[in-house]
Design a protein around this ligand. Structure first.
Ligand code: HEM
Length: 274
């Protein structure tokens, strides 16, 4: 009797598992995406990575929060000088949890930039920018510059006194750059004065152009993190070369995304050529 009940339960369980697995298998068979995701989530990292190595993921999380709250704000924000300030007041005072979404976006912007600096400091102090990760450092520096431009373009959008005068100062600063300065200032202003055109182009850059660029650069950045593997901390025995073995095979024959993570022999010997 008890055995029959157990069998029945396990049959139901099997049915449930099959129902859950069906769409996953369907997608995997046609795209290979599940295998790629599994590789990304369960790839090997050096055993002595620690909390410092989570700063990159924390930066990524901060950016995703900005993207999500920004999409919600864009549903209510009105990018013209007559309505911009009122629409922000409406979001903050009248909409359900509008104050929270706006607050998260406003303060989250600073969190994003600060985390980016912390992450960069970790990479610098651990020497993780060295061969073969120089390209990822360059992509990171570009991300930092583009991230700050995102902050600059967002600052004007509330269209209050602080926003206006901060933008005047920012544009004038850009205008002092040699050769390109005056063109850059004209381009940012969209004319002789800060007004409707300026707000429209800052909004377009802030919600379309720059986030798109940041998403693309993050994609490239993470691709390289996966391809090269995460580096060991400088105090690690592996980083110091104590495990170095000249006869160690440089790769296991795989390449691209399935390259084994941070094989010390592979890195030290200059990659696949060995
Ligand atoms: C949107 C901004 C950024 C995001 C989302 C991001 C994300 C990440 C993640 C998730 C990792 C792997 C885990 C880790 O090492 O923390 C990583 C590694 C790395 N990042 Fe960033 N990052 C950003 C900005 C930067 C900046 C500003 C720099 C430097 C200028 C940089 C340089 C690097 C380098 C060189 C690595 C490889 C580190 C290693 O292998 O140990 N990243 N990044």
């Amino acid at each position: 009797m008890a055995t029959a009940a157990r069998n029945k339960k396990s049959a139901r369980r099997r049915q449930l598992e099959a129902a859950i697995n069906y769409p996953i298998d369907w997608l995997e068979e046609r795209s290979g995406l599940i295998g790629g995701l599994r590789y990304f989530l369960f790839r090997k990292v050096p055993g002595d990575t620690g909390w410092w190595h989570t700063l990159g993921s924390a930066t990524l999380t901060a950016f995703l929060v900005q993207a999500l709250t920004g999409v919600i704000l864009a549903m209510y924000y009105k990018p013209d000088p007559q309505n911009a300030y009122q629409s922000i007041q409406h979001i903050t005072n009248d909409l359900t949890l509008g104050w929270l979404v706006r607050g998260m976006h406003k303060w989250g912007a600073s969190v994003f930039i600060i985390l980016m600096f912390f992450h960069m400091a970790r990479v610098f102090l651990f020497g993780a920018y060295k061969y073969p990760r120089e390209l990822n450092w360059i992509i990171g520096v570009t991300l930092l510059a583009v991230g700050m431009l995102e902050g600059f373009t967002g600052y004007l959008l509330p269209w209050d006194q602080t926003a206006y005068w901060a933008t005047v100062v920012g544009i004038n600063l850009n205008g002092t750059a040699p050769f390109l300065g005056p063109f850059l200032a004209d381009f940012l202003r969209g004319g002789g004065e800060i007004g409707t055109e300026t707000l429209a182009r800052f909004y377009s850059m802030h919600m379309l152009l720059i986030p798109g660029l940041i998403f693309a650069l993050i994609g490239l950045h993470l691709y390289l993190v996966i391809r090269l593997g995460v580096s060991s901390p400088p105090w690690s025995r592996e980083a110091a070369g104590s495990d170095y073995d000249a006869d160690e095979p440089a790769t296991n024959g795989r390449s691209g995304l399935t390259q084994p993570a941070a094989r010390s022999g592979w890195r030290r010997n200059g990659g696949d050529d060995v």
